[in-house]
Design a protein around this ligand. Structure first.
Ligand SMILES: Nc1ncnc2c1ncn2[C@@H]1O[C@H](COP(=O)(O)OP(=O)(O)O)[C@@H](O)[C@H]1O
Ligand SMILES: [Mg+2]
Length: 257
């Protein structure tokens, strides 16, 4: 085995090309158990491409991805979800025509490979599941919205529901690609509060274009510039490091803070 055993999820020497263009260039990056990390970089830096390699939506030309020391480079996204690696999507992936609580039920059963719609809506939901869903709604401040139609929620409420839908399945690793896109400052703060409650309980990676949004949440940060991970480590130290000053702040300051 070739992986760093301290890491719960780790990418080693990942290279991903699109045609002749190198989108991710020899990137090594990982998260320890219960670490909350950010991945930042200007538009086009390769963040989403790298994210998709962790989720299994893209396969790298070079390099390996490990989960708890096992090589998962060739596993599909579905198999990774089964292992406990959950993602949310950049665009809201809730069902508008379902109630909030039914979206939660759907998320739970989908993740547990018991996706019989009959089970979800018409027959008994076992009590333990039901309690788990209620508890999760409570944690995320969604209890009072449980019976509302999801389509009537604000974008901020929907984003919180999406995070709740990924947490209810009890993943070990949660991957979020620009979870604050399109949200107001108030909504972002609500999402941050929700994520803060998970610190110490889950391993979380948040891809974000603007570091100012997440710098008070993430313990560590990786910085990408043109496909290269130029620095990674404890947030403050990394953001203040010489290479990040030279290659990231100099070119990207207005846009990225
Ligand atoms: N499916 C694709 N086909 C071709 N080029 C792509 C594709 N996805 C991303 N790219 C290119 O790869 C680079 C990195 O993109 P991306 O990973 O989306 O960056 P970021 O998420 O940091 O904005 C960009 O130059 C982008 O145009
Ligand atoms: Mg992106």
């Amino acid at each position: 085995m070739n992986s760093n055993s301290e890491m719960i999820i780790q990418a080693q020497n990942i290279t991903k090309r699109f045609g002749g263009m190198v989108a991710v260039n020899n990137v090594t990056f990982g998260l320890k158990k219960n670490e909350v990390a950010g991945l930042i970089g200007a538009n086009g830096a390769g963040k989403t491409t790298f994210f998709n390699i962790l989720t299994g939506n893209y396969f790298p030309e070079e390099g390996k991805v490990y989960y708890k020391g096992e090589d998962i480079t060739d596993l599909t996204p579905e198999s990774r979800v089964d292992l406990g690696i959950m993602r949310t999507f950049q665009l809201a992936s809730t069902f508008d025509n379902l109630k909030v609580i039914d979206n939660m039920r759907l998320a739970f059963y989908r993740a547990n490979n018991r996706a019989s719609l009959r089970n979800i809506f018409f027959t008994r939901i076992d009590r333990i599941v039901s309690e788990k869903i209620d508890e999760c709604l409570e944690t995320f401040g969604l209890t009072k919205m449980a019976d509302r139609l999801t389509g009537n929620l604000s974008l901020g409420e929907k984003r919180i529901l999406e995070i709740a839908m990924s947490i209810v399945t009890d993943p070990e690793v949660l991957l979020l690609d620009e979870p604050f896109a399109g949200l107001s400052d108030g909504e972002i703060n609500e999402c941050l509060d929700v994520l803060r409650q998970q610190v110490g309980k889950k391993t979380i990676l948040i891809v974000e274009h603007k570091i100012s949004k997440i710098e008070n949440l993430v313990q560590t940060v990786g910085v990408m510039v043109e496909g290269v991970m130029i620095a990674a480590g404890e947030t403050k130290a990394t953001l203040n490091s010489e290479r990040v000053r030279q290659e990231y702040w100099k070119t990207a300051q207005d846009d990225c803070y």
